[in-house]
Structure formats: structure tokens, C-alpha cells
Design a protein around this ligand. Sequence first.
Ligand SMILES: [Fe+2]
Ligand SMILES: [Fe+2]
Length: 142
Amino acid sequence: MSTLEWQDRYSVGVDEIDSDHHEIVSIINKLDEVMSSGKARDGLPSIMGRLVDYTRDHFRREEALMAQYQYPETDQHKETHKKFIAEFGKIQAALVRGNYAISITLFSLLRNWLIDHIMVVDRDLGKHINHCKSVIGKNMAA
Ligand SMILES: [Fe+2]
Ligand SMILES: [Fe+2]
């Protein structure tokens, strides 16, 4: 797998979400490094654990924003987050069994899926939040 470079098109326009996504990309790259080096595989479960914990916290932060801004697509978005956590569980189970080939394959799929999620689903949430902020701003100025 190649290193994932952060790109402007990944930005959803909301700083707190973008900074979480930056951190997720950086943990993914660390994992990728360890996976492709073929060495230090003992370290894999702990970096994967960090990715899962951080992503779970990030999902909670996004879901709190959905509630705060009464996002209409909240249920579908939360459902997708749940699926991610389930997929992470499969990778962790493969790692525990020492099945690195399967964990690497699953991880590369998950990585692409996560970037798609950021670019489509999270971006839509970002648009909604920015729209609400601009309406609030206009009302306050009026
Ligand atoms: Fe996200
Ligand atoms: Fe999300």
C-alpha cells in the first residue's frame, strides 16, 4: 500500500472534523508502514487499537455535531459508522489469529472505504453544518 497523502479535496470545511481526519490519515500511514515493512508485526495490534479507539472517538464527535445541528441524515450516517466499527473488529480478530494476509487485505479495503466516506458522507455533513452556521450568523447580524 502506498502512503496516503492528505489532499485538499478531503476537507469537509469544518476545522474540528478536518483535524480528526488528518489524525486518522496519519495513524493509517503508520499502520501501513508497519504492514509493508514486514517487520515489527508485533506492533500491529497496538497501532490498529489506536486507530480503532481514535476513529470511535471521532465518530462520537461527528455524531454530537449531527445532534447539535439537527442533521437530517443522522440515522444513515450513524449506521455507516457502526459498519466501520464492525469491519475494524474483523481486522482485529484476524490480527489476533496471526492472519496478517487477511488483515492487510481487509485494511486496504477499509482504508479506501474510509476515504470515500470522508469525501461523500462527511462532506455532506460539513455542508449542512456550514449552512447552519451561516444562517445563525445572518440572524445574529439582523
Ligand atoms: Fe469522519
Ligand atoms: Fe462520518
